[in-house]
Design a protein around this ligand. Structure first.
Ligand SMILES: Cc1cc2nc3c(=O)[nH]c(=O)nc-3n(C[C@H](O)[C@H](O)[C@H](O)COP(=O)(O)OP(=O)(O)OC[C@H]3O[C@@H](n4cnc5c(N)ncnc54)[C@H](O)[C@@H]3O)c2cc1C
Length: 392
């Protein structure tokens, strides 16, 4: 490990690897510090991703794909099922263990040094400028200097806070999740299932994502607004007992998803926040892999430019805030408002909407048709959604 890099990336997830890749391609000397022993493990993710989102960044490799998805099923609180085919695109359930590892390998091949078991436990700040990190690497405590630190340290990010950024998330915007990866489960391999309603996942949803003919990620996330009174593990266990009593649980994990508005300001002198650390998850779906890759790419590119210009100041790095805002920040703000509208729907509303939609022939179930049915069942929705798009 050298004692000085142009760019230090904290965290070896999708955001960190993309940031390191872009910064290295832009000519900077780069390293990634990852606290875990392995890149890509443990996996804390449902692993679902859209083909179009993924393709923007990388050529998709077959060994990343556990299942290819062409349909989804929505199950309302009273059990009404709505089946819809994706039109014109498909999704994947990834093997994130392999995917994250390969992304990091690409960053290394572009010139980034990668260190695992490297736990970043502080920043070096001089005259209000972040100029490095304090790291415990394999038991040795070191100070490593940099021009830019990219915080890609995920949900539990502390780098942003150390740099003086407001990274707190309101309790109601933090989804508490529990997931099992199970075997011996009867499935339709090309379909993902979502269950909604108070019984399954208050303020969120429960998912069944196939990972092959007989294995799946089955998990659920509930809004933080309920997490004082509701235990996600108990809800998931109840669901498993009722629906999949004979499966074997191979892995269990719990985690949080920050379903907040994106941070308006994710930079300081010498610091850029990317991915979950910068609240870049799609707040409506909880999906964060693509936006982490996007945030990481933009962050790494801006970092490389700042190195070339020898300007690591907040005012130069503000460029990152404005590119993000135009790219997906404004859209995520809109998704946040739609999430608020959806989470105010009662179980009766959801059942009523599901009944209406189930009457539309399966081949005609486009998003517009579904939206029309929602509005017919609950006309006040149109006002809420118009408000969202009008930005009021
Ligand atoms: C239960 C669950 C299900 C999900 N399902 C989906 C899904 O189906 N599809 C989807 O798109 N998204 C999903 N997400 C969200 C998605 O996993 C994240 O948005 C995505 O992983 C964010 O990538 P990242 O690189 O920002 O952070 P991460 O992938 O979390 O990577 C952060 C890395 O930083 C490291 N790190 C943290 N602190 C330090 C430190 N101090 N020093 C060194 N290293 C550090 C961590 O070990 C970690 O490797 C899910 C999340 C959860 C919890």
């Amino acid at each position: 490990m050298k004692n000085r890099y142009d760019v230090i990336v904290v965290g070896g997830g999708p955001a960190g690897s993309m940031a390191a890749l872009k910064a290295a391609e832009g000519g900077a000397s780069v390293c990634i510090m990852e606290k875990d022993r392995d890149i890509g493990y443990p996996v804390r993710c449902g692993e679902a991703i859209g083909e179009l989102g993924l393709k923007q960044f990388v050529d998709i490799r077959p060994n990343w794909i556990a299942a290819t998805i062409t349909e989804f099923r929505l199950i309302s609180p009273n059990g009404t099922k709505i089946d819809t085919e994706f039109s014109g695109q498909k999704g994947f359930i990834l093997h994130r263990r392999i995917f994250d590892y390969d992304l990091c390998t690409m960053a290394a091949d572009a010139g980034a040094d990668v260190f695992t078991k490297a736990y970043v436990n502080g920043l070096i700040i001089e005259n209000d400028i972040v100029c490095g990190i304090k790291v415990n690497h394999l038991g040795d405590q070191k100070n490593i200097y940099s021009k830019i630190v990219i915080a890609a340290d995920g949900l539990e990010s502390r780098v942003g806070r150390w740099a003086g950024l407001r990274t707190q998330i309101r309790m109601k915007d933090m989804e508490s999740c529990m997931q099992y990866t199970v075997a011996n489960v009867p499935l339709k391999e090309n379909r993902i299932d979502f269950y909604v309603g108070q019984e399954y996942a208050p303020g969120g949803y429960l998912w069944v994502f196939p990972k092959g003919p007989t294995t799946a990620n089955i998990g659920m996330g509930i809004s933080g607004a309920y997490s004082k009174d509701v235990n996600p593990k108990k809800l998931l266990d109840k669901f498993m007992e009722k629906n999949y009593p004979d499966v074997s649980i191979l892995t269990s994990m719990c985690g949080g998803v920050p379903c907040a508005k994106p941070m308006k300001d994710a930079v300081r002198n010498g610091v850029i926040l990317v991915g979950d650390a910068g609240h870049q998850v799609n707040p409506m779906t909880g999906g964060g892999i693509v936006s982490a890759m996007k945030g990481g790419s933009i962050g790494g590119t801006v970092a490389a430019e700042s190195i070339k210009k020898s300007d690591y100041s907040k005012s130069f790095l503000d460029k990152y805030n404005s590119i993000l805002k135009k790219d997906f920040g404004d859209t995520h703000n809109r998704f946040y408002k739609i999430k608020e509208v959806i989470s105010a729907l009662t179980d009766d509303d959801l059942d009523g909407i599901a009944k209406k939609v189930s009457k539309i022939p399966e081949g005609d179930r486009t998003l517009t048709q579904i939206f029309k049915a929602c509005v017919m069942k609950k006309p006040s929705l149109i006002f809420d959604v118009v408000k969202v798009f009008a930005g009021v």
